[in-house]
Write a protein that binds this ligand. Structure first.
Ligand code: ZN
Length: 243
């Protein structure tokens, strides 16, 4: 069985659709694991929720998902994120709100712990450094943990003694063996590693390998919608830079 692993869609429909098409080119998938932040920042929250729900995913909750339904305080966001989140909240139907409110913070599936931020603090903590990863390896019992939130495709490997870190590149194939891993598939809708292409992963459970992929999408189309919605200029620009 193959699993599509996606994080931080952030209401970017063009990026999300490009990922689904690209995943088909790479052999398709039977299940979807979504690591949260379905909404926030981008112009298409409703269409992204609808498309995601069609995939019948396992999906955990991100900080933007929770802020959009009033579960956490928007005061913790920077001003652009807060403006976009208020706009998002105003778009949601009752059904969308119910879907976002129903998302769990953490899910365990087979060998995987699935969270948005970290197993220690599922909604808020960023795992961007090996010392944060080292602390977090003590906070889950499965062999692997998959996270989003930083929007950067990354890998932390615990070999029993120490934690090593590495960047995941387009086309990288990771063999999932005995070592414990924390894996971030990167962001679909707002990548932040200076590569604007949407990032995602496919996990093949029979072969026990995970592939990371990048795919270009129509950034200009998303930007045009963002401008029309009156979303902040920096949020419009950043998706073209990948920051
Ligand atoms: Zn995010």
């Amino acid at each position: 069985m193959k699993y599509l692993i996606i994080a931080d869609i952030h209401s970017n429909l063009e990026a999300f659709e490009a990922v689904l098409e690209d995943a088909q080119r790479h052999g398709g998938f039977g299940h979807t694991w979504c690591l949260g932040d379905v909404v926030g920042y981008g112009p298409d929250p409703l269409a992204c929720i609808k498309l995601l729900r069609q995939l019948d995913p396992v999906c955990v909750s991100g900080n933007h998902d929770q802020a959009a339904v009033g579960k956490i305080d928007i005061g913790d966001f920077n001003s652009d994120a807060a403006i976009a989140n208020r706009w998002t909240a105003g778009q949601l139907s009752d059904e969308d709100r119910e879907f976002l409110l129903g998302l769990p913070d953490l899910v365990v599936k087979d060998n995987f712990t699935i969270v948005h931020g970290s197993p220690r603090q599922p909604v808020w903590e960023y795992i961007a450094h090996s010392f944060t990863a080292a602390d977090n390896f003590r906070c889950f019992d499965t062999r692997f943990c998959i996270v989003g939130h930083t929007h950067v495709p990354f890998l932390f490997k615990h070999d029993g003694v120490e934690v090593r870190e590495g960047i995941l590149h387009d086309g990288d194939m990771l063999v999932l063996g005995d070592n414990r891993l924390i894996i971030n598939p990167g962001g679909v809708g707002q990548p932040r590693d200076r590569d604007p292409r949407a990032s995602y992963a496919i996990f093949d459970a029979e072969e026990m390998v995970l592939h990371n992929y990048r795919v270009t999408y129509d950034v200009a189309a998303t930007q045009e919608k963002m401008e029309k919605a009156g979303l902040p200029d920096f949020l419009v620009s950043r998706i073209a830079w990948g920051v």
